[in-house]
Every structure is written in C-alpha cells, then in structure tokens.
Design a protein around this ligand. Structure first.
Ligand SMILES: Cc1cc2nc3c(=O)[nH]c(=O)nc-3n(C[C@H](O)[C@H](O)[C@H](O)COP(=O)(O)O)c2cc1C
Length: 400
C-alpha cells in the first residue's frame, strides 16, 4: 500500500521515525511530508533513509512540483497518516486552510486519513481542539486518541502520542476494515470474548510456573475484531502488551483466575476465542514463604494438580457461544489438533506449530484452521493477518 506519512511540529515527531520503519518493514511504500515546524524537532534525512524517498516539505518548489505536485501526492496515497497531528494542523484542517504542502494536499485528498494527535494535555482538552477533532471525525477522518501518562512537558494526563507499534496496529486494523466490507458487516456489533497470553502458577511468593506465550496472537485477534466493529472483552494473562484501543481488558494471572473471569463474562458474548496458553497444571499447594534450598540438597519435588480446562468448560455450556480453541504443538500438529477439537467439542480449532523461532514469541505465524467440516491452512504471515483469517473463518462457519 502507498502511505503518505504527515509529520507536524510536536515533541512526539521522533516516534514517527519508528512508525515509518514499521510501515516499510511491512512492505508498504512511504512518502513522508513534513511541516516546516516538524523539521525543528527532527531532521528529514532520517525519514529519507528509512523510507528511501526524499521528504517533501515545500509547496512552492519548482523541482518537486515538476515531479509530484501536491495534487499528485494526494492522488498517489492509498492512506494518509498524520502522526503526530499538532493542534495547529488539526485546526487548519477543520477550517480548510491550505497554507503549506501538508494542509494543501490534505484538502485535495479524498483518501482515508488517520489523525494521531499529540500535545500537552491542556491543549488537547481545550474546547477548540475537542471541537476540531469532533468535526473532523464527523467528516470521516479516523482518529486514534492520545494516550494518558506523563508528558514531555512534565504534566500528567491525556495527550501523549501512542507508541509507534500501537499506531501501526491501529492503522492496520482500520485499513483492513475498509478493505473487507463483508467481514466488517459481519462483526459489526457482535460480542467477542478473547483470552490471551500465558498463565502463571505460583510456587511461592517469588517463583512461578509459566510458559512462553507472548499474548500477541490473542491481542491481534482482539484488535482486528474491535476494528471490524465488534465489542471485544480481552482476558489477558501476564503479558507486556499495550491494550488495543476500545477493547475491554481484564488482567488475570493464574488459570483459576482466568476461569473465574471467563465464567463471569462468557454468557454475554456470542463468540469465545481461547487463544491463551493456559497452564495444564498448577502447584498443589503454593507456599506462603520462599522455598529455601537446604545445604547439600540435590532434588526438589513439586506436586502438581490439573488446572480447570477453560475452553472445554465453555464448550459444555448450554446455551454456549461459538467456541474457538488453539492447539500449540511441537510435533504431530494436525492429529493432536483434530483430536483436541473433537474431545473438547470446539466449533473451530487453530493449530499452531510452536518451537524454535516459530509460534509464541514471533510476529509471524501459520495457522491451520480445523472445523467439523473442513481444514484450511493460512499462508505464513503476520499475526494480524492470521487474526483476520480466523475472523473470516468464523464468519464463513456462522453464515454458511
Ligand atoms: C518545544 C515545543 C514542543 C511542542 N510540542 C507540541 C506538541 O506536542 N503538540 C502540538 O500540537 N504542538 C506543539 N508545539 C507547538 C507547535 O510546534 C506549533 O503550534 C506549530 O505552529 C505547529 O506547526 P505545524 O502544525 O505546522 O507543524 C510545540 C512547540 C514547541 C516549541
């Protein structure tokens, strides 16, 4: 895809470098357009090196106009992403001002545009900014609202630009929704419950049994579904991932806590996707004090007991949601996955080869989707793309 990345004069302009890199890494063409004030914060050369294209910054430049003028630039782009979008540029955009290259091409464009405002919290809260953003959203601009937190100016509140990874994921989900209208129509308003990440089973106050699940797959599903219009509740084990915007997140630690959360929420959802890697066993009795090694001790035995089987529990309920499980295996992937689907009465299982360099921790994945009727292998791709494949499969199975 061709992405025009507009960068304005805000302290968060440095984060746009990483965003540019992520777009390029994902195979997109990027043309950066900077305002004059943006260049006070960061040099165009870095963007040029990352995007492989000279940065455009001048409205009146005979050389540049001869190549791609502002109209040509506006036509070139499939998407426009404005990150950071300053209060000033937002105000100009709302008013239809066209006094530099960026605002002129924005006025001359009918392409989808994602605004990522970033500013001091009072600038963001100001009625003028809020009104400008509301008007722009009503006109069809996409908005990724600023995050809360400590700001560069030392104040605390809403105004921070989300991290590049989050902006990229948000854009990816929105562009998908625009590109797959049928999928969007299917998921719009549907209630989806997703579990993600590992569970930690405590041995004592400082040690636990865990696993290598990063939570990326479940978070990607939650994010894509939310972007497609679903109401998503995400039950997350201990992971270090930011919450996808608009998703209700519930953090848990152990399998028992995850079961409690699922039992509390499943009935309000029509689809349950169990992407969490729930520990099969927990320690029979977690100790209240740290386990001490005795002098000369060579062995330590731990008694483990089976954890509740969360996905099987949901699949046994009546009425039950449409239930999707995951099978992460290091060997005999398909036979194990097929047997697991049948044994647990799942509507769909996503078989997932795990091991060195594949599966849990990476950004890419390859799932085999196994239902009662059919098996489909998705091509190796990003977890966001795999998530889309899972959501498509659910649509096919529920509408056929
Ligand atoms: C150090 C410094 C930091 C600034 N940070 C921001 C910011 O984060 N967000 C914002 O909207 N404006 C910020 N401003 C103000 C803008 O740079 C100013 O409004 C400018 O006119 C924006 O121009 P542009 O929209 O054409 O890029 C900052 C100004 C300075 C001096």
């Amino acid at each position: 895809m061709k992405i025009l990345l507009g960068v304005t004069g805000g302290i968060a302009a440095y984060k746009a470098l990483e965003l540019c890199r992520l777009f390029v890494k994902a195979g997109h063409e990027v043309q950066v357009v900077m305002t004059q004030h943006a260049k006070q914060f960061i040099g165009p050369l870095s963007f040029q090196a990352l995007s492989g294209r000279p940065v455009r910054d001048a409205l009146f430049n005979a050389e540049q106009e001869a190549g791609m003028g502002h109209i040509e630039l506006a036509r070139w782009a499939d998407w426009i992403v404005l990150a950071p979008a300053s209060a000033n540029t937002l105000a100009k955009l709302r008013m239809g001002l066209a006094d530099n290259l960026l605002t002129t091409l924005l006025l001359a464009s009918d392409r989808p545009c994602l605004l990522v405002p970033a500013m001091n919290r009072l600038m963001w809260q100001n009625a003028a900014t809020q009104e400008n953003v509301a008007v722009l959203q009503a006109r069809g601009y996409h908005l990724l609202a600023p995050a809360e937190g400590v700001q560069a100016c030392g104040e605390v509140g809403a105004g921070r630009m989300p991290e590049a990874q989050q902006i990229f994921a948000d854009w990816q989900a929105r562009s998908t929704a625009a590109a797959y209208p049928a999928l969007h129509a299917f998921w719009q308003g549907r209630r989806l419950l997703v579990s993600a990440g590992p569970t930690f089973e405590d041995l004592d106050p400082v040690r636990f049994l865990g696993n290598r699940s990063s939570g990326k797959m479940g978070f990607a599903i939650a994010q894509q579904a939310q972007a497609l219009g679903a109401h998503v509740t995400l039950i997350a084990g201990p992971v270090s991932l930011p919450s996808p915007q608009g998703v209700q997140r519930i953090d848990v630690r152990s399998a028992q806590q995850m079961l409690d959360a699922v039992q509390h929420h499943y009935a309000q959802h029509s689809v349950f996707i169990s992407a969490a890697a729930v520990a099969d066993f927990a320690v029979a009795q977690a100790l209240p004090q740290k386990i001490k090694k005795q002098a000369g001790q060579k062995h330590l035995s731990l008694e483990l007991i089976a954890n509740p089987d969360i996905v099987a529990w949901v699949a046994q309920q009546s009425p039950k949601p449409f239930v999707v499980g995951f099978a992460a295996e290091t060997e005999q992937l398909l036979p194990y996955a097929r047997a697991k689907r049948e044994r647990k009465n799942l509507d769909l299982i996503c078989a997932n080869q795990v091991g060195a360099g594949i599966g849990f921790e990476g950004d890419d994945n390859q799932l085999v989707l196994i239902s009662r009727e059919q098996e489909r292998t998705l091509p190796m791709s990003s977890k966001h793309q795999q998530a889309l494949g899972v959501l498509q499969e659910i649509m096919h199975l529920l509408t056929q």
